[in-house]
Design a protein around this ligand. Structure first.
Ligand code: SF4
Length: 328
């Protein structure tokens, strides 16, 4: 494994309202090696997107949200950087692909002009060079008529095409860290496969580290080296992709896999949903937050939050992990 490009240590994010505070992200620690794709998965509302925004330095530094812990990119602690320095790093050192790129584009400016403007600023290019690089990057992500895409307004492109245009921009900017927040959520499966292929292509070509945020295990299985499973603001399991799918150790991970439609030996496997609901962030139970939905829960689970332990190459936060389980 290569050296860590991103090191997140004890990251906590809380929302404060008067005397009340709610922990939204709870002591998150993980590393992202250069040249790897790491998936951050979990159900909606578990804190994935909030974590992504914190990594980009896009959370407000004052107000009701409070952030603690450290986020190091190439050794530099981003939580201590001035906002002006962070603005300078975004696009060059770290970039983000948002869930719905329609909201990232200005609707009244042609797509190519917007991409070229970013490239002129970030790479100090003159107008013709920025235009040429934009067209080249659009061609690289698979557009057969890059000039047409360049001239189009955002509403004239499909969701998948807008997402690919965003990846083309990331390709041209060559950030060291790319965060892709649910980049395939609103896409059909064919376009989804194209977008994931292009992310892998980007990673191979630029050596960027990619954090792929998704609620969909099927998506992360297609391109990630390592997977972090998040539940109610905590990482409950961290494992290499092949290990996680073959031998999940945390009951929540096993539940997610059992709830995902899969085929074995040409036959569909039965799908069983995880019972119960995700507790809201204001009503998190003490101890393990998954206890009310877990078939292995004991009294200890309701009293004490599980510490992280190593099982083979995986890290698991559970009092009674599945030790020799296979894909359920
Ligand atoms: S700590 Fe207990 S309740 Fe939580 S996942 Fe493990 S066995 Fe289940």
């Amino acid at each position: 494994m290569s050296a860590a490009l991103l090191e997140v240590s004890e990251l906590c994010i809380s929302a404060h309202r008067g005397p009340r505070s709610v922990r939204l992200v709870d002591h998150l620690s993980f590393t992202l090696p250069a040249g790897e794709i790491v998936g951050l998965v979990g159900e909606s509302g578990c804190g994935k997107s909030l974590t992504a925004l914190a990594l980009m330095g896009l959370l407000p530094r004052s107000g009701s949200l409070r952030c603690s812990g450290s986020i190091r990119l190439g050794g530099l602690d981003l939580t201590r950087c001035a906002m002006r320095d962070l603005r300078h790093m975004r696009g060059r050192d770290m970039a983000m692909i948002f869930q719905e790129p329609a909201t990232a584009f200005d609707p009244v400016i042609r797509v190519g002009v917007q991409l070229a403007t970013v490239l002129r600023r970030l790479r100090s290019l003159r107008r013709p060079a920025a235009r040429a690089l934009t067209l080249e990057s659009l061609a690289q992500v698979g557009f057969l008529e890059p000039e047409d895409v360049y001239q189009a307004f955002p509403h004239q492109l499909s969701g998948g095409m807008r997402q690919l245009a965003m990846i083309a921009l990331a390709l041209a900017c060559r950030p060291r860290l790319l965060i892709a927040d649910e980049p395939t959520t609103s896409l059909d499966v064919t376009t989804q496969a194209v977008v994931l292929d292009q992310l892998k292509h980007l990673q191979r070509q630029t050596g960027s580290a990619i954090l792929l945020v998704s609620h969909d295990l099927g998506v992360v299985a297609q391109c990630c080296d390592e997977i972090l499973v998040m539940y109610c603001g905590r990482i409950v399991e961290q494992a290499r992709c092949v290990d996680l799918f073959a031998r999940p150790h945390h009951p929540y991970t096993a539940g997610l896999l059992a709830a995902t439609p899969r085929i074995a030996h040409g036959e569909p496997l039965p799908v069983s949903p995880i019972p119960g609901q995700v507790p809201t962030s204001g009503e998190l139970p003490p101890g393990c937050h998954f206890a009310a939905r877990c078939g292995r829960a004991s009294d200890l689970c309701s009293r004490q939050a599980p510490a992280e332990q190593r099982i083979h190459a995986s890290r698991v936060a559970c009092h009674h992990p599945l030790r020799d389980s296979h894909t359920p």
